[in-house]
Design a protein around this ligand. Structure first.
Ligand code: F6P
Length: 306
């Protein structure tokens, strides 16, 4: 592992080293085919785990536990906060996002966020985040992340064991692509059903219909958004277990929203920016809409119109 990345916050250097080192371990396991079967366990949110979920969670804890700047590590796969030291920064992880898709060869990944001065669950919010992003375990091992307003892409070269980190510049792309699982469509709020119809079948012929893409792997759908733009949505639905959608606020929504905001995009739960939402508990779910500013304004306007 060789990572020559220094952000504007030197205390994060060791944390990035740890995160990137763990991603290499997980990617190597995934390429071997290890852990690609269901485990007998489920996680804190009641999702069935595959064995690699557990391997990934352990890989991150193993590398992060040696850094004196890390106060807590919290993970979608664990019920409680784990105190590491009295350091200033805490790390939140979805150690293997899109694991069910990994079972059929779709790129999965890991999502991370670094928070400053977090002591209780409520502190893992959009005001305290200082870095967020994700790894993609696909054709290559890649990272997309932001520190402040700076956005980066990392690419791992397995032959040399070195990462190349480059800035992503040029702001937020704006392709008219919609990433959503339409299965619960009839159970969405009426405003969303209308908005969805309008995106795919615009009235008045003023623009082309949106294209539709859904990997069922948030990291893959968000990689497309970083490179091409679009609207990613996981809304609530009027059915048990989906009252607040499916995605976790701390482990998935806030880190992804942070990255897209850094690129000049935006996010909402329908009413307010995901970065302004209060956090009540670590494993809380939220409806998620992330995209360029115009698409997010249109979502909020559609909800207001009812
Ligand atoms: O949170 C896990 C996750 O797999 C995300 O990566 C993805 O966006 C979503 O769930 C897929 O959900 P569904 O299986 O409902 O399409």
């Amino acid at each position: 592992m060789s990572l020559n990345f220094k952000s504007q916050l030197p205390q994060l250097d060791g944390i990035f080293d740890a995160l990137f080192a763990a991603s290499e371990v997980i990617y190597a396991e995934l390429k071997k085919g290890s852990g690609l079967k269901f485990a007998t366990s489920s996680n804190e949110s009641g999702d069935d785990q595959i064995e690699l979920d557990v391997i990934a969670d352990e890989a991150f804890f193993e590398t992060l536990k040696h850094d004196a700047n890390v106060r807590y590590v919290v993970s979608e796969e664990r019920p409680d906060m784990k105190r590491i030291s009295d350091g200033r920064y805490s790390v939140a992880l979805d150690p293997l996002d899109g694991s069910k898709s990994a079972l059929v060869g779709i790129p999965s990944g890991a999502i991370f966020a670094i928070f400053e001065d977090a002591e209780v669950a409520a502190d893992f919010n959009g005001s305290n985040i200082v870095s967020g992003g994700f790894f993609v375990f696909g054709m290559n091992l890649e990272a997309y992340f932001a520190v402040g307003k700076a956005v980066y892409k990392g690419l791992f070269d397995a032959d040399s064991g070195a990462w190349t980190i480059q800035p992503i510049e040029g702001g937020m792309p704006s392709a008219d692509v919609l990433a959503i699982n339409g299965q619960n469509q009839k159970l969405w709020d009426t405003w969303l059903q209308r908005h969805y119809d309008e995106l795919l079948d615009p009235k008045g012929g003023t623009r082309k219909p949106y294209n539709m893409r859904w990997f069922a792997s948030m990291v893959s759908d968000m990689k497309r958004m970083v490179l091409q733009g679009g609207l990613f949505a996981y809304p609530s639905a009027n059915t048990k277990g989906y009252e607040d959608g499916k995605l976790r606020l701390v482990y998935e929504a806030i880190p992804m929203a942070y990255l897209i905001h850094a690129m000049g995009g935006s996010s909402t739960n329908g009413d307010q920016s995901i970065l302004e939402m209060p956090v009540e508990k670590l494993h809380q779910k939220t409806p998620v809409f992330i995209g360029d500013k115009a698409k997010i304004e249109a979502v909020e306007a559609a909800k207001k119109a009812g």
